[in-house]
Design a protein around this ligand. Structure first.
Ligand code: PLP
Length: 439
């Protein structure tokens, strides 16, 4: 019997033994098309030689040197490349091992920044109801996923959660998308004023909401207004691009489409593309300098931060994305995927919405397409779709979420950027079988 403490004790999982392009192979030889990149991780597929070679070269040179004593060549090179392509005024990179660590670091950096500049009364975070920022206590507090938070309530920070920008369910019939976006953003100003601007450190958001919503981008104008509100009250804007960053939406960073830049940006998943566990927090020079010229010490740190092998992998991944035109490919193949989904599900009685950007797409499953009535939670729809798809040899990411007390079921798709048209056809065909078998 396995000695692993699994995510789900009621499941017996196959053993993954190999990777080949967009496929994961188990010990029986069965091939699974990775339609969700795991969870939006595997942007280069599972057998990228340039990245594995970079990892091997670094292993031969230097596996580890503690960042309390040394910097390293791969960490410096990665930071340099990230900043060269970063949005706005982001000037510094803090390397960690994953998305939750990046978010945790961002929350603590935002708080320390205000302490350093003499505004210690600021400690409140505002985030959104429909969000996931990670599973560590700070990141979980910021996230709005009720199911993940439920039993940890007494341990969580007191975070304000405003409604998200979720056009499919929250735009009124007589409202334009633009007006709805302005109204949705107004919730941030209202909350800042209700809390007292002198108490708020940051607003946190995913530009395209991933796991809790199934690839929901904001409507035009929403994030521009959010940026204005943050600036007006001196509140830092932290964007969580752990899932939607690194080219996933067809731009290197999703916020480029929204034409804004954050004060702090968090990335992970696609940064290591699954070849190494790595994440990063990027911040403006202004934030870095406040600490550098203040206490001089960011009161944070992990043993494995800035790991040379992880940094070498991430550098090779980012180089591959840039040099092979893979971000542009994500945009192009994203259009193909959207079209195929529209053909397969556009008139489907149980698909209410097809959405997303680039190779970050979602379909929302509903009991009634006209009323948008969700399925009965007792059905366990997300788990059924996942199981059925897996039987067919497709990895996808179905989830249930709650918004305004109403449930919703969606399937998130985030295949590798190297996916071909015929593999997209296979993905959509297998997903259709899974949906038919589950609803
Ligand atoms: N932020 C977002 C938007 C995520 O989707 C996730 C993971 O799914 C995280 C943060 C946490 O990242 P990790 O699982 O690497 O800790």
């Amino acid at each position: 019997m396995s000695k692993i403490f699994p995510r789900n004790s009621r499941q017996t999982l196959p053993t993954a033994v190999g990777g080949d392009g967009c496929y994961v192979i188990d010990s029986s030889g069965k091939r699974y098309l990775d339609g969700s990149g795991g969870a939006a991780v595997s942007c280069l597929g599972h057998s990228d030689v340039a990245v594995t070679e970079a990892v091997k070269r670094q292993m031969d040179k230097l596996a580890f040197a503690h960042t309390g004593f040394f910097t390293s060549e791969p960490a410096e090179a990665l930071a340099e490349l990230l900043i060269a392509h970063a949005p706005g005024d982001l000037e510094r990179v803090y390397l960690v091992s994953g998305g939750s660590e990046a978010m945790e670091a961002a929350i603590k950096l935002a708080r320390q920044y205000f302490v350093e500049i003499g505004q210690p009364s600021r400690s409140r975070i505002i985030a959104r109801q429909q969000s996931y920022h990670g599973n560590t206590i700070g990141a979980l507090s910021a996230g709005g996923n009720e199911w993940r938070r439920a039993q940890f309530g007494p341990l969580l920070l007191d975070v304000s959660h405003i409604p998200p920008c979720y056009e499919y369910r929250l735009r009124e019939d007589d409202e334009t998308a633009w007006d709805y976006g302005q109204r949705a953003a107004q919730a941030l100003e209202d909350e800042i004023l209700a809390c007292g601007p002198e108490t708020v450190i940051a607003f946190l958001a995913e530009p395209v909401v991933g796991a809790t919503a199934g690839a929901v981008p904001a409507v035009d104008g929403y994030f521009k207004r959010i940026r204005e509100i943050c600036d007006r009250y001196g509140v830092l804007l932290i964007l969580d691009e752990v899932m939607c960053g690194m080219g996933r939406t067809g731009r290197l960073y999703a916020c480029e489409t929204d034409e804004i830049a954050p004060d702090i940006l968090c990335i992970a998943k696609g940064l290591g593309a699954g070849y190494q566990p790595v994440g990063a927090m990027l911040c403006t020079g202004k934030i870095h300098d406040a600490i550098a010229s203040g206490s001089g010490f960011f009161q944070h740190g992990h043993t494995y931060m800035g790991h040379p092998v992880a940094a070498a992998a991430a550098h090779a991944v980012l180089t591959a994305l840039l040099d092979r035109g893979l971000v542009e490919r994500a945009a192009l193949m994203g259009d193909v995927l959207q079209n195929r989904l529209a053909e397969a599900f556009g008139q489907h009685p149980h698909v209410g919405d097809i959405r997303g950007r680039g190779l970050f797409r979602g379909i929302e499953l509903v009991a009634d397409r006209n009323t948008k009535e969700p399925f009965d939670p007792a059905m366990g729809l997300a788990a059924r779709v996942k199981r059925r798809a897996f039987e067919e040899g497709l990895i996808c990411y179905p989830m249930s979420g709650t918004i305004d007390g109403r449930r919703g079921d969606h399937v998130l798709l985030a295949p590798p950027f190297i996916i071909s048209e015929s593999e997209i056809d296979e993905l959509v065909r297998k997903l259709s079988i899974a949906v038919e078998g589950a609803v």
